[in-house]
Ligand binder design. Structure first.
Ligand code: C2E
Ligand code: MG
Ligand code: MG
Length: 665
């Protein structure tokens, strides 16, 4: 389009310039035509010549008008004319034709002779002169017609040139008009294109405005997502930190910023046994309760997992503790989720801002306080005190120590008897792991097993317990059963069946004497692999027991789909069995269900004769508890063929220290 416009404009300029040139040419030509009237000049000369001849004849005849002066006047005029004929363009005209040159020469001679006769002393023979002049008449007339013809020719030529110029001019003018029209058309077209482009731009601008609006909304959403937890909609850790820093910076003299760090007790159990959907619903419900509980201006955040935090200001320590108590009480109220009543507790770590304590440190304080609250038991609040610092160091060193415990020979397997309810004879032993730390003393499994599970050390520890228990049991004098606890973490390992097979082979223990205890959480992922592993283990001839039965959320449901050999009723039911009718009813129900499913039952935590009698009456097959024996090192159980460790002795002449004591599998 632009090229087209440029071409038209160039054509326009060229045509205009050429028209200007043509007009100049035409003007010059018209001037020529006007100036060069040669035929007229020649015919005037011929007329003058005739007049001279006439005056001379009148003088010769002596008529009144024929005076010498008259002849002289005409001669002078004629000489003037001759001069004109001999110069300028007339001369060129005459030179172009030899006849005319000759005529001019003859005219010159005649006039010279006449001049001599009229002005000189020589006698003027008028008659002879007239005859001579008459001779020239024809040539003079021919010259006049020659000039006329020449002029006519030249006018024709000029006319033709003018006609040609006119045509060119007309053509160019037409071209100019066409160029002009094209230019107008192109400009109109260009204008339309511009209008369209303008409309397009306006649409684009509107679209851009909409897009920018959408982008803004999206940005806002992103900013919200970056600062909020997707599950509960609460502010997340990032927003919490920003707010904490801002509040600490803006904190007025003497006014505390309090943070309450919450961790749900028992949430993992809900998640593991009832599934993640219920776990998520529980977290949302907890978030809702917390949000309703706090004062306007307080901030409730979810830090991740089952960790929440409440950020409050202008609270004294007493007020902050009161808030924490309210939080604990509110969270502990039962939740109705998926048509079930669910209970969780929460532990709270409370930290109050102090001069010179930054946000990171304050959060660490709350974390330490929470750790302490957890240690003290469920549903507690603990306020940060500087002494807790040493405990955190202890916690990290705990993991490090646990990593090295096995290699350092600090691990030991204790055995607790399981008795037959009817005869009270020992039918087997449960292997229970003990950690004898040189400084911490004996660490309880409830303290280190969760850490071992978290860090993955449980795989190594579990395998060691299994190999030790199999090897120890193989050496017992009687073919009693040995029960080994399996962590859900171990159960998820694909190598479990291989590990068990290898432990049996290593200890040369008959598979029928080994009993593996699993908890309900193993069956959380009741997938093909879980059932396949259980079947493979059973296929080896091993017995499988369901441990701590009744503590999960789907106890009865967990019995479906897999034929356990035994159910171990959790200690918590046994404790209340002599006091609460509820516990009796539950235990009775469990024993009945187990019997119907062809499973044996073991009651855990029997401490009194009363409990023993009660469980016996209810039809429980086996019992385990302090009443029959506490978990003991192998060396303290002489009935298993080992003499106590403090009384080293030989058996068959060779001293055999318990394998579990020397840290070998
Ligand atoms: P568990 O398998 O249910 O073991 C029974 C627990 O109850 C033992 O605690 C035992 O000492 C305790 N107990 C037995 N009778 C009584 C009683 O009459 N009264 C009271 N109050 N307690 C009694 P322990 O040894 O502290 O072990 C706690 C838990 O740690 C075990 O519960 C088991 O789940 C786990 N655990 C122990 N050893 C291992 C292990 O080698 N591997 C795995 N994965 N877990 C283990
Ligand atoms: Mg057990
Ligand atoms: Mg148990």
């Amino acid at each position: 389009m632009k090229k087209l416009l440029a071409i038209v404009i160039v054509c326009f300029i060229v045509a205009t310039s050429y028209i200007a040139y043509v007009i100049t040419q035409r003007q010059a030509m018209l001037k020529n035509v006007a100036h060069h009237n040669d035929s007229w000049a020649v015919s005037q000369s011929v007329s003058e010549y005739m007049r001279l001849e006439h005056r001379l004849a009148a003088y010769g005849l002596g008529v009144e008008s024929g005076t010498l002066d008259e002849v002289r006047l005409r001669l002078d005029i004629m000489i003037g004319r001759l001069d004109i004929l001999q110069h300028g363009t007339l001369r060129q005209l005459i030179d172009a034709d030899p006849h005319q040159q000759e005529t001019l020469d003859r005219l010159h001679q005649v006039l010279t002779k006449l001049e001599a006769g009229v002005y000189g002393d020589a006698p003027l023979d008028v008659r002879a002169m007239l005859a001579e002049m008459a001779d020239l008449d024809g040539a003079m007339t021919a010259m006049a017609s020659y000039a006329a013809e020449y002029d006519a020719q030249r006018i024709d030529t000029q006319y033709e040139a003018l006609t040609r110029l006119h045509r060119i001019y007309t053509g160019l003018a037409g071209g100019l008009i066409v160029c002009g029209i094209s230019l107008i058309v192109l400009l109109l077209y260009h204008n339309r294109l511009l209008n369209r482009a303008h409309d397009g731009m306006q649409v684009l601008a509107a679209d851009l405005r909409i897009a920018s609006g959408e982008l803004q909304v999206r940005n806002d959403k992103l900013a919200h997502a970056a600062h909020h937890d997707a599950l509960t909609g609460l502010p997340n850790r990032m927003l919490f930190r920003e707010q904490l820093e801002a509040r600490i910076a803006a904190r007025a003299e003497g006014i505390h910023v309090a943070i309450l760090l919450l961790d749900l007790d028992g949430f993992k159990n809900v998640n593991d046994t009832l599934g993640h959907d219920t776990g998520d619903a529980l977290l949302r419900a907890v978030a809702g309760r917390l949000s309703r509980l706090v004062e306007p201006g307080d901030l409730v955040c979810r830090l991740g997992g089952d960790e929440f935090i409440v950020l409050s200001a202008a609270l004294s320590e007493r007020e902050a503790c009161a808030l924490a108590d309210r939080v604990i009480a509110e969270i502990a109220l039962p939740y109705l989720l998926a048509e079930r009543e669910i209970a969780v507790a929460t532990s709270v770590g409370l930290a109050l801002s102090q001069e010179g304590v930054g946000s990171d440190e304050l959060l660490k304080h709350a974390d330490l306080a929470l750790y302490e609250a957890k240690r003290l038991g469920r549903g507690r609040v603990c306020v940060f005190r500087p002494e807790l610092h040493t405990r955190i160091l202890d916690r990290t060193s705990f993991e490090v120590d646990l990593q090295k415990a096995l290699a350092n020979g600090e691990m030991e397997v204790f055995y607790q008897p399981v008795v037959d309810a009817g005869t009270r004879a020992v039918s087997g032993y449960e292997a229970l792991l003990r950690w004898n730390h040189p400084l911490r003393g004996q660490v309880a499994p409830s303290d280190f097993i969760p850490v071992a599970e978290e860090t993955g050390i449980i795989q190594e520890l579990g395998e060691w317990v299994l190999r030790t228990a199999c090897a120890d049991a193989a050496r017992w004098p009687a073919p009693l059963k040995v029960a080994v606890n399996l962590s859900p973490v171990q159960f998820r390992s694909k190598a479990l069946v291989q590990t068990v097979t290898s432990a049996l082979a290593h200890g040369r223990l008959e598979p029928g004497r080994l009993e593996l205890e699993i908890t309900e959480s193993v069956l959380l992922d009741r997938n093909a692999q879980t059932l396949q592993t259980l079947r493979s283990l059973k296929g080896l001839g091993i017995q499988i027991a369901m441990d701590d039965f009744g503590t999960g959320y789907s106890s009865l449901g967990s019995l479906r789909g897999f034929p356990f050999d035994k159910i171990k009723i959790d200690r918590s039911f046994i404790r209340d069995v002599t006091t609460g009718s509820d516990a009796i009813a539950i235990v009775e129900l469990v024993i009945g269900v187990a019997r119907n499913l062809g499973m044996a039952t073991t009651a855990e935590g029997i401490e009194t004769e009363e409990q023993f009698e009660c469980l016996k009456r209810l039809g429980c097959d086996q019992m385990q508890g302090y009443l029959f024996g506490r978990p003991m090192p192998l060396g303290d159980l002489p009935e298993l063929g080992e003499t106590p460790a403090h009384e080293p002795a030989t058996r068959a002449g060779v001293f055999l220290p318990p394998l579990s004591r020397i840290g070998l599998g």
